[in-house]
Design a protein around this ligand. Structure first.
Ligand SMILES: [Zn+2]
Length: 551
């Protein structure tokens, strides 16, 4: 082998690591050395081979990874890119004890940020204000009387001042399906918007009114936060014109995002089939322009349909009524609405991602894919929180990816579930192991910003079913028998997520010829120890893009 100067400059040898090379569902294997050149993995194996010695003797730069684990860069299989960025820039009210403290913190934030056109906050808990959240409690703390929006810590409601209510025109809106707008005796909005009202009124509004520079800086914040926890890729699960425009603007500004992005275009239920199919046409058009060949790191891969709501708000569509109140909720999309949309999208080669949480919605979603889409095109179902044993098995048979967010199975947020579902159904919640055993491809995501985004904490919940949010609270695992193994979970968060969006030929595993996207982690490779794991470095296409400052 002739070693030229050019080769020496472009090559890096990483030694003394534990490089994850292969993983079956029960065992992982590791090698101690990897060579990368020009962003591509050239070699992975033992450090004591003649080739490595020749490289070293020729002066190729070497990095000692101090016996740390090296995993493929994580890919978040389901998240919301722009919303995450925006949530990271909000004022945190964590630790506030009462209304006075909340007011003074917001006042200070307003004074320190005169350029902001709105004051966005997060982390409020109902207990901080004795369960009260009135617009008038937020008056007189900002000279400019800017709109103030305060997300509750659980992200299920938003507390607004009058300027915010006015800006959104809440006075003229009805309560959306599955959501509520708190009102005073005269029927005027009083400040709090809950559940679907937050999702369909507040969040889209905030996303829309932000300026382009606010949006691109939010996206930058999201990318930075993702690098810090080891992500090199993501799948955005509700792309729209507003967010897409901002992402394109950021790519133009920076040249590259250093984050591999695949996105599903969200299809709103709208009124009428024509309006729904029109949205699918837009997704098809964008896929023609931004696909694997033309734009491999920023693609529109398919559509997203939100078939039902969530269990906590009793808006998920169940086969039997909720146990606590006897309520039956219809899916947002029934079979008649869903069929033509899936057919059109799948027929044009797009991937269909169907949000289905309740067991009725899951059945409708699987049926729609079975009847209207070809097997093997990597269609997917998002969440799958409550499934019948038959449907859990059908996923694998029909080649449907199980897109799961283990953070949602954290027992600390499921304390209301025994009442909502009753013991039998609770025993069917988050049946991850059944999906995997049935042969379904599994992709792990975080659903950030609705849940914490750190991937290794997510793996902790997947593999132990214990709480990563409140590890000391002593909640018993919910359905521990559905946990998956560590090797399986790591795969689902890397290769599985890559597979879910047809990125697995380029990324998702440490193999020769693949992009050198990887993460160096100080950890014990044991489920029970994952909360202590620390991401030390994140590499994207052969370049270190994040290094922890903690020694
Ligand atoms: Zn989501």
């Amino acid at each position: 082998m002739t070693i030229t100067k050019e080769l020496i400059d472009a090559t890096t040898i990483l030694t003394n690591g534990r490089f994850l090379t292969r993983t079956a569902s029960t065992t992982s294997s590791f090698q101690d050395c990897m060579v990368i050149k020009g962003g591509i993995i050239q070699y992975i194996g033992s450090a004591s081979t003649p080739t490595i010695t020749t490289y070293k003797d020729a002066g190729v730069s070497t990095q000692d990874l101090q016996d740390r684990y090296v995993l493929p860069g994580f890919i978040d299989g389901h998240m919301h890119f722009l919303m995450l960025g925006q949530s990271l820039q909000k004022l945190s009210l964590d630790g506030c004890k009462d209304l006075n403290e909340i007011r003074s913190r917001i006042k200070e934030f307003g004074e320190e940020n005169p350029e902001k056109s709105r004051l966005l906050c997060r982390g409020w808990m109902h207990s901080m204000t004795n369960g009260e959240a009135k617009a008038n409690m937020l008056e007189g703390l900002d000279e400019k009387n800017r709109p103030i929006f305060i997300d509750s810590k659980d992200l299920h409601s938003c507390w607004c001042n009058q300027a915010a209510l006015d800006e959104m025109g809440v006075k003229y809106l009805k309560d959306p399906e599955g959501g509520s707008i708190s009102r005073d005796e005269q029927g005027n909005p009083s400040g709090l918007l809950s559940e679907a009202a937050q999702l369909v009124i507040v969040w889209p509004h905030i996303a829309k009114v932000a300026t382009m520079s606010e949006k691109t800086s939010a996206l930058k914040a999201a990318i930075k936060a993702y690098h810090e926890v080891g992500y090199t890729g993501l799948v955005d699960m509700a792309m729209d014109e507003n967010a897409w425009e901002a992402i394109l603007a950021l790519r133009k500004e920076k040249g590259e995002l250093r984050m591999r992005v695949a996105a599903h275009w969200v299809i709103m239920p709208s009124t009428g089939e024509e309006a729904r199919l029109k949205q699918v046409e837009r997704a098809i058009e964008l896929n023609k322009e931004f696909n694997k060949q033309t734009s491999p790191d920023l693609r529109i891969v398919g559509i997203k349909v939100i078939c039902d709501g969530v269990i906590d708000a009793c808006t998920a569509a169940l086969r039997e009524p909720y146990s606590n109140n006897g309520v039956s909720t219809d899916p947002i999309w029934n079979a008649e609405m869903l069929g033509p949309v899936v057919k059109k999208a799948a027929g044009a080669g797009l991937q269909c991602a169907l949000h289905a949480i309740g067991d009725n919605a899951v059945k409708i979603a699987i049926d729609a894919i079975e009847q209207h889409a070809a097997i093997g095109k990597r269609h997917r179902i998002e969440h799958l929180e409550l499934t019948s044993p038959e449907d859990a098995k059908r996923l694998g048979k029909l080649g449907i990816t199980a897109s799961i967010q283990p953070v949602h199975s954290d027992p600390a947020i499921l304390r209301a579930w025994p009442k909502l579902l009753g013991p039998d159904r609770l025993g069917r919640a988050f049946a991850y192991k059944e999906f995997a055993d049935g042969g379904a491809a599994v992709a792990i995501g975080s659903d950030s910003p609705t849940a914490p985004h750190a991937p290794i904490k997510n793996l902790y919940v997947a593999t132990t079913r214990r709480s990563a949010r409140e590890p000391g609270a002593g909640d018993a695992p919910v359905n521990e028998h559905f946990k998956i193994g560590l090797c399986e979970a790591v795969m689902a968060a890397t290769q599985g997520a890559a597979y879910s969006c047809f990125a697995d030929e380029r990324v998702g595993s440490l193999e020769i010829g693949k992009k050198a996207d990887f993460v160096v982690v100080d950890m014990e490779y044991e489920p029970g120890d994952l909360l202590k794991a620390e991401v030390k470095q994140t590499w994207f296409e052969g370049k270190m893009i994040y290094e922890s400052q903690i020694s």
